[in-house]
Design a protein around this ligand. Structure first.
Ligand code: ZN
Length: 119
């Protein structure tokens, strides 16, 4: 039995996009209530009835959340061009030790998200 376990986290942060036209709205400094979903995929252990403890995902993400929450993302090493895509990869790279890491999703708004699968 293979399952995806998903946890959603949130953080507030500012950014601007550096590779868009100057009159593009995202070129201006602005903020989002970002959502980040972390999904792990793996086989359920028949003895325990679970794949991993959800708390392992939370423990892995918490140091990342502390680096992002209420910061200007463009000033963080590796996020000079703080698109959702680059942020998803940045989070993935920080989570690479997490068992079964399958997907990192970044939501800037309710209607727009980036899913990254590590490729
Ligand atoms: Zn934005």
């Amino acid at each position: 039995m293979i399952v995806d376990l998903v946890k959603e986290f949130s953080f507030e942060a500012a950014h601007r996009l550096t590779q868009v036209a100057l009159d593009h709205k995202c070129a201006r400094l602005h903020g989002h209530s970002f959502k980040c979903e972390v999904a792990v995929r793996g086989e359920v252990d028949p003895a325990t009835g679970w794949f991993i403890d959800y708390a392992e995902i939370t423990e892995a993400f918490e140091p990342i959340r502390l680096q992002l929450d209420h910061y200007y993302l463009n000033e963080i090493e590796g996020l000079a061009n703080a698109t959702s895509e680059n942020l998803a990869r940045w989070v993935w790279e920080k989570l690479e030790g997490l068992k079964g890491l399958h997907r990192v999703t970044i939501r800037e708004t309710c209607a727009a998200r980036c899913d990254y699968f590590g490729e």
